[in-house]
Design a protein around this ligand. Structure first.
Ligand SMILES: Nc1ncnc2c1ncn2[C@@H]1O[C@H](COP(=O)(O)OP(=O)(O)OP(=O)(O)O)[C@@H](O)[C@H]1O
Ligand SMILES: [Mg+2]
Length: 232
């Protein structure tokens, strides 16, 4: 589904990613773990084309998208939920969803009905303005907005950041259900424990390099990596 090959990314003159390679297979949830400033967001931005890599390649569904503009990548089926929850605070929940709709008519396409089945909490607050929603509701709305574009691959940048433990658990279950719906997901997380419950495989990033890759079991068996690069 997605492959990053030896990507190098920069902000201006600062070299941030140093030859990062990673892969997400169809139907997988893959987690990128790492501390503050490790480079998780930059990996997501590089894949989505927001901070295109200066070296290396990004392959999506067999096509090289390294130099493809963001909107084209989105049209190819990639959705991005940024860490700053880009919802419109002055629009209602329903308006936020309507504006994100790409009106897919195909079978199984996301519409408000389907969104409310996944996120029942949103159904009760359709007329509330985004800015008045709780952190958890805003995060659900941000994911819901991405789903309205009918992606089959989702980038989720720290979806659980700042949320209460109960809300984290609920959101993680909902993300798990997206995998059952057939989506493939690359998710950045600092919330290691809940990420590991969901992930098929993990990559540990530190200072712009992959320090570990493997299954959840392999990571859990590797105390050294967890101690060195993660806050656990
Ligand atoms: N716009 C920018 N300009 C310059 N440097 C940046 C910019 N954004 C991030 N950086 C730097 O790039 C490095 C990686 O940042 P990045 O945001 O990718 O990390 P992260 O793993 O997502 O961290 P966090 O957990 O805080 O979200 C950091 O050293 C950061 O200071
Ligand atoms: Mg980040």
């Amino acid at each position: 589904m997605l492959e990053a090959k030896e990507i190098h990314a920069y902000y201006g003159l600062s070299h941030i990613l140093f030859g990062v390679s990673l892969e997400v297979k169809k139907g997988e949830i893959v987690c990128v773990l790492g501390r503050n400033g490790a480079g998780k967001t930059t990996i997501m931005r590089s894949i989505m084309g927001l901070t295109p890599p200066r070296q290396g390649q990004v392959i999506f569904k067999g096509k090289d998208i390294t130099r493809t503009p963001v909107h084209k990548i989105a049209q190819m089926g990639m959705g991005f939920v940024a860490d700053n929850r880009r919802i419109f605070p002055d629009l209602t929940v329903e308006e936020n969803l309507d504006i994100a709709s790409r009106g897919g008519q195909q079978k199984g396409a996301w519409n408000k009905e389907k969104i409310f089945t996944l996120f029942p909490a949103l159904k009760n607050i359709t007329s509330r303005r985004g800015g008045y929603c709780s952190g958890g509701e805003q995060q659900m709305l941000a994911v819901a907005r991405a789903l309205m574009g009918n992606p089959d691959f989702l980038l989720l940048d720290e979806p659980t950041e700042g949320l209460a433990p109960l809300v984290v658990r609920e959101l993680m279950e909902q993300i798990g259900r997206l995998r059952e719906e057939g989506l493939s997901i690359l998710m950045a997380e600092q919330n290691v424990r809940s990420a590991l419950k969901l992930a098929n495989r993990v990559y540990v990033i530190d200072r712009g390099e992959v320090r570990f890759q493997g299954t959840v079991e392999e990571l859990e068996a590797n105390e050294e990596i967890s101690k060195k690069y993660l806050l656990v």
